[in-house]
Design a protein around this ligand. Sequence first.
Ligand SMILES: Nc1ncnc2c1ncn2[C@@H]1O[C@H](COP(=O)(O)OP(=O)(O)O)[C@@H](O)[C@H]1O
Ligand SMILES: [Mg+2]
Length: 416
Amino acid sequence: MADATRRIGLSLGADICWPLCYEQILKRLDLAIDWQGDRVRVEVDRVTIEPFDLRQPCTYDVVLDRLTHWYSTSREWIKKAVIMDGLYVLNNPWSVQSMEKHSTYCAMMHLGMPIPSTWMVPPKSYEPLPDLKPTLTSYAKLFDLGQVGSALGYPIFMKPYDGGGWKGVSRIPDEGTLRERYEESGKLVMHLQSAVEPFDRFVRCIAFGPQTRLMRYEPGAPLHDRYTVDAQESFVAPDEAALLRDTTLTINAFFGWDFNSCEALRKDGVWHPIDFANPCPDSQVTSLHYHFPWLVKAKIRWSVFCAVTKRPFRKNLDWSPFYEIAREPGVPYRERLRAYARIAEERFDTARFEEFCARHLGNLDEIAHEFFGTPAAREAVQKKVLALYPAHEVETFTELFWRRIQAWRDSAEARS
Ligand SMILES: Nc1ncnc2c1ncn2[C@@H]1O[C@H](COP(=O)(O)OP(=O)(O)O)[C@@H](O)[C@H]1O
Ligand SMILES: [Mg+2]
């Protein structure tokens, strides 16, 4: 049996905690996977930022990328490596660059998802480009913002069409506030969206390849308490959990995102997805705490699977099969969604992935369980807390997140 090595690169920015845990668990795993006649080892290191020759080879098989949405040098290096060297990257950089919240709303509305009614309005002000005046003079129609507000009905959420991280988001109860907020919105191009209110559940579904996890979310709580530690069975019925998984995997397969999260609100028994263009989702222990070990394990499973099996990277998005299902007349939405999700499960290779994990990563749960009880794990948590919290709160919050990770270690999920 020949020896082979696969290399995984971590393309990182401000991430501190998960890479430390990822690297240390992978080291403890010390993988030597029998794969198609080879004994395959897996190495991981961090991608550096430096000048590169467009023709230089890429030594990575898989890159886990956290920079593409804002750091163009790394993004363009990744594109080069996908095009020229067959790199597998999470997530598809072209898709991250071009698919904002707006495109995702449009696409999922087209597939029939109950996205709240949403309008786009031209911005309040502009960069003074030479063509601006003739363009606006000729074509910009005077509009009455109040009419858009009335068409939607209050309350409304105003938020950037390409937003993220709650930047520029406001809840608008009436027309006066709408006018005020619009005056303040500057050059941002905004959506106005009907509020899903009152909602009785707010869930985030995070997905890594075919792996999904539902978390109940408290948007009004302080950052460290927004993801609740509630068990899934306590906030969604099994059929709702299946619907949220199908919704998230459909979105992710449609946009070529291996790693994404979907926010959905339940009102009158209907789940409305409201934010699902998050292809660099929060991965920090300071927000995920109890759920953090799940995410680290999910990252390891999927990236090792992609690297070892040399999973081909889907360079182009193929929307036709989804559109074909959307076109079929008279199919109830739930059945349609199931059919979309079947495409997703196929694209994410769910069955093969599960078999791979069972056969080759059988000891990951045990090793991760052990690791998350070690001083090295606590140190990873503390390093992230140090980076985010004022000095006098570091010990308190390190202890809080650590306790939640220990609660996870004691849970049935971690022990099984
Ligand atoms: N249509 C809506 N109905 C109810 N709440 C909403 C709606 N849109 C946004 N929100 C609230 O505002 C928050 C931020 O909006 P979101 O669309 O998630 O933007 P971002 O991409 O910045 O996270 C959401 O987490 C939710 O609490
Ligand atoms: Mg959001």
